[in-house]
Design a protein around this ligand. Structure first.
Ligand SMILES: [Zn+2]
Length: 128
């Protein structure tokens, strides 16, 4: 991880990407976008939790972020990342259920094999 000086106020910004050559600190970013009138702990941005940890995230306006860092030159070049609703918890199958399912599969396979053999025999008989 690198430290770089903010291009606007020369404040040191830590943990910038290794390939980053320019960085704008959070203060300057806030100043640029204007301070929100009231600070809310949560504002619906349409971005999934942890989007800034994603290798690539494109918001609905086409802004492209690589690990939370906006890549301005890529804006509008990519499709917005689909934000999936939180996954429902999948009920784990019990050992019994898994065993039963396997058993059913086996039974079906055996049945199929038996039918095949029967067909083969019938065919032979029919043929004379
Ligand atoms: Zn700054």
């Amino acid at each position: 991880m690198n430290s770089l000086q903010c291009t606007k106020c020369s404040r040191w910004v830590e943990n910038v990407g290794e390939n980053a050559v320019k960085v704008t600190c959070s203060v300057c970013v806030l100043l640029a976008v204007g301070l929100p009138e009231e600070k809310k702990s949560y504002s619906p941005t349409g971005r999934p939790p942890g989007w800034h940890f994603m290798a690539e995230f494109v918001d609905k306006d086409g802004n492209v972020f690589h690990k939370g860092k906006e890549i301005k030159k890529l804006k509008g070049t990519l499709k917005p990342t689909k934000v999936l609703p939180p996954k429902k918890k999948i009920k784990r199958r019990s050992q019994d259920e898994i065993y039963l399912a396997r058993h059913e599969l086996k039974k079906a396979a055996l049945k199929k094999a038996a039918k095949k053999q029967q067909d083969f025999l019938n065919h032979k008989i029919n043929k004379g």
